[in-house]
Structure formats: structure tokens, C-alpha cells
Unconditional design. Structure first.
Length: 148
């Protein structure tokens, strides 16, 4: 009986700890940073390096419509127009946005071309990046970005 209870507790802790993740991303010159915190179907994208969610400069997202195995992709660019960064995710619902709109921009859908097909052509090239996550684990990082 105690052995079974012990196994249940260990298994529960394993599954709950796997649903939490925090990743830090930097511009190539390390002058800019953002934090991605994911807990189950909630994700925070926060300007700067943070271990917990601050009072401002974050966007809180609902990920329940995102295919967490194949479609959990974040794209963006540094220093685009007046923004320090622009970040785009598809199929997310913005629950709360406290980002300073004069410095940061978050877009909740991929842009589409003239045929209504999603395209990321504006997020490829110098100062742009792509991040792929798989069930909260960092899977791939490409472009003008460094992870920690």
C-alpha cells in the first residue's frame, strides 16, 4: 500500500514538474532579452530576464488551441520599426497584455498571403528568429537569437 502511494506521488510530481518551463532569450548583442514561462496551457512572454511574472511588460496567453507537439512556434524580430521586439504566435488567445505598446508588440496570429495561407516571410532574415517548443521543452532555436 505504501509502495503504491509512493509511486503515485512520484508520478504526479513528474507530470506536474514537466508542465512548467522557463526559457530566456537574448538578442545577438545581448542588449535585449525576453523570458518565456509556460505552465500547462498558460504562457507568459515577458520583456527582460525574470524568474517570476512581474507587474507589467508581459503578455499572458491561453495555449489550449495550440498543437503543443507540432505547432508550438514563436517567431519574431528585434529592432523592427520603433519596437525593441515583435513576437508572433498562432492560435493563441491573449488573456492579458501589459506590454509597453511603444516598445513591444505581440501578434496572436500568423500573417496570411493573398491566398489566405499563413506565411512567415516577413519574419525571416537579419534580426529575426524562430523558436519551436514541444510540450514546454525547447526543441529548436533559429536565427538572430541566443537562449539560456
Amino acid at each position: 500500500m505504501i509502495k503504491n502511494l509512493f509511486l503515485i506521488v512520484i508520478t504526479t510530481l513528474f507530470f506536474f514538474s514537466c508542465s512548467d518551463s522557463t526559457h530566456y532569450f537574448y538578442s545577438p548583442d545581448k542588449s535585449k532579452c525576453f523570458t518565456i514561462k509556460t505552465n500547462n496551457n498558460t504562457r507568459y512572454i515577458i520583456d527582460g530576464y525574470h524568474r517570476s511574472v512581474p507587474e507589467s511588460n508581459y503578455v499572458k496567453l491561453d495555449l489550449s488551441q495550440v498543437d503543443r507537439g507540432a505547432g508550438d512556434q514563436i517567431v519574431g524580430c528585434w529592432n523592427r520599426g520603433r519596437f525593441n521586439w515583435i513576437i508572433v504566435m498562432d492560435n493563441v488567445t491573449i488573456l492579458k497584455n501589459t506590454l509597453d505598446s511603444s516598445k513591444f508588440r505581440f501578434i496572436d496570429h500568423f500573417p496570411v498571403d493573398s491566398s489566405d495561407i499563413p506565411t512567415l516571410k516577413d519574419y525571416i532574415g537579419k534580426d529575426c528568429f524562430s523558436i519551436s517548443l514541444e510540450y514546454s521543452a525547447l526543441n529548436r532555436v533559429n536565427g538572430s537569437i541566443e537562449s539560456n
